[in-house]
Ligand binder design. Structure first.
Ligand SMILES: *Cc1c(COP(=O)(O)O)cnc(C)c1O
Length: 438
């Protein structure tokens, strides 16, 4: 076996065949990770191979995930992989955002350029590949957001049946729309996220349905290539900081694992520091990091308009904590107002993102002001989702009607509302004249 499933818990480290259908360690209940035993070619050879694949027309080589398949050695046969052209996301310089945050320079790695508009695609192509290799015909997840959109797309593209469970109530419309359009069977259950997850785990086991929730270790494998692609795009120059939003913390776990593997393979000389940003109303990982010991204490009623990070009990926290510590990183939290301001600034750069992604820029500004990040530091922020995932938020912001979950009105500091004008050429000409300098 070139790869195994290994318990992440340092005190357990039990290992299981890669084809075992398990989501947590049967022995201790810990998280699982994929460990490859396959020796890698030397770094120069890998760099050259990965660069050469960019010129290839094979879908596997064109994928910004599977191009790096030497690091995804859990499959023996890649012929059944389904790619929608995931990854290949740009690194965008954003001088205006840099100035706003107090940095000389800032670049965004924009995962919203993925086929379904979020980084979930990087992981889902791997999760679905594993489902196919296991001979599964049906896949399921519990999600209100980007996971269901991504799973629906990849499962349908692969000819599998996607089943999405959504908690009653909280539905982000853009994302639900995607799940429906991509053909997911969608159940709205009158229960909260945790209750539904417990239910679905029992059902999945009984009915042979493969679970593609955030805990699935194969999704983490795909997401780790976001770091590989980033470093490849930077010709392997390591930034000082990589800043990302934290919800369920799967991405934090994935980025750390990816970076450690790059270091071990000799592809980078050192690790960048991971800075994880949470929303104030859903910041259990921030609290854990600040306390510096013990277990994560769940937030019972997480609240934030950044619905993608509205998570009170993040499953991947043990992995994420390990990665933040290994990279000498940190965790920060930001307010709803700070997220809204930062999001508008990212929009003004001509880039745009969904609210959760903007927590990065808000966090950078805060860390600049407290002197943790220096003006000349080399910083990359990962924008996790596309602007159009949440148009309602945007419209409310620009019409000064955005309220926090508790009903408090946010200040639309950078509002750009539509202007109602008469159908009168002279008046319009005058107005446009006045706006020349704006
Ligand atoms: C899923 C998601 C997050 C949170 O990522 P985790 O891995 O759960 O921490 C952040 N932003 C967007 C847009 C997402 O879809």
């Amino acid at each position: 076996m070139p790869a195994e499933l290994v318990c992440f818990q340092a005190s357990c480290r039990a290992s299981y065949p890669i084809t075992e259908v398990i989501y947590t360690c049967p022995r201790c209940g810990g998280l699982l990770e994929v460990i490859s035993r396959e020796p890698l070619p030397d770094p120069a050879e890998l760099r050259q191979l990965w660069r050469a694949r960019r010129l290839s027309n094979s879908p596997l080589d064109q994928s910004g995930v599977w191009r790096y398949r030497e690091l995804l050695a859990f499959l023996e046969d890649y012929s059944q992989v389904v790619s929608l052209g995931e990854g290949n996301t740009p690194v965008l310089e954003a001088p205006r955002a840099a100035r706003w945050a107090g940095l000389d320079r800032l670049a965004f790695k924009h995962q919203g350029f993925n086929p379904t508009g979020s980084f979930k695609d990087n992981g889902m192509t791997c999760g679905v590949a594993q489902a196919i290799r296991l001979g599964m015909r049906r896949v399921a997840c519990v999600s209100t957001g980007n996971t269901s959109a991504s799973m629906a797309a990849y499962a349908s593209a692969a000819g599998l049946q996607p089943i999405v469970f959504i908690p009653h109530g909280n539905i982000a419309f853009g994302k639900l729309a995607q799940a429906l359009e991509y053909g997911a069977i969608t159940f709205q259950v009158e229960a909260n996220f945790d209750q539904i997850l417990a239910l679905v785990r029992v059902l999945a086991e009984q009915l042979g349905i493969y679970l593609l929730n955030s805990i699935n270790p194969f999704r983490i494998e795909g997401q780790k290539t976001i770091m590989v692609e980033l470093l490849d795009q930077r010709d392997w120059r390591v930034p000082d900081w990589i800043v990302l939003p934290g919800g369920n913390l799967g991405n934090t776990a994935a980025f750390g694992k990816g970076l450690r593997e790059l270091l071990a393979a000799g592809l980078i000389p050192r690790l960048p520091r991971l800075a994880v940003i949470q929303a104030e109303g859903a910041a259990p990982f921030y609290e854990l990091f600040r306390r510096g010991e013990g277990k994560l204490e769940a937030v019972r009623n997480p609240e934030t308009l950044a619905t993608a990070i509205r998570i009170g009990d993040p499953v991947s926290w043990p992995k994420a904590l390990h990665e933040v510590r290994t990279t000498n990183g940190l965790v920060e939290k930001v307010s709803e107002q700070e997220i809204a301001d930062a999001k508008a600034i990212i929009g003004q750069c001509g880039i745009g993102c969904e609210p959760a992604s903007a927590a990065t820029l808000a966090g950078i500004r805060k860390l600049r002001q407290s002197g943790v990040i220096a003006p000349g530091d080399d910083v990359v922020a990962v924008l996790t989702g596309h602007l159009l995932k949440d148009p309602d938020y945007i419209h409310r912001y620009h019409t000064s009607d955005l309220r926090t979950p508790s009903g408090q009105r946010l200040v639309s500091r950078y509002a750009n509302p539509p202007r109602v004008v008469p159908c009168d050429p002279d008046k319009l000409a005058g107005l446009l004249e006045d706006l020349r300098s704006e």
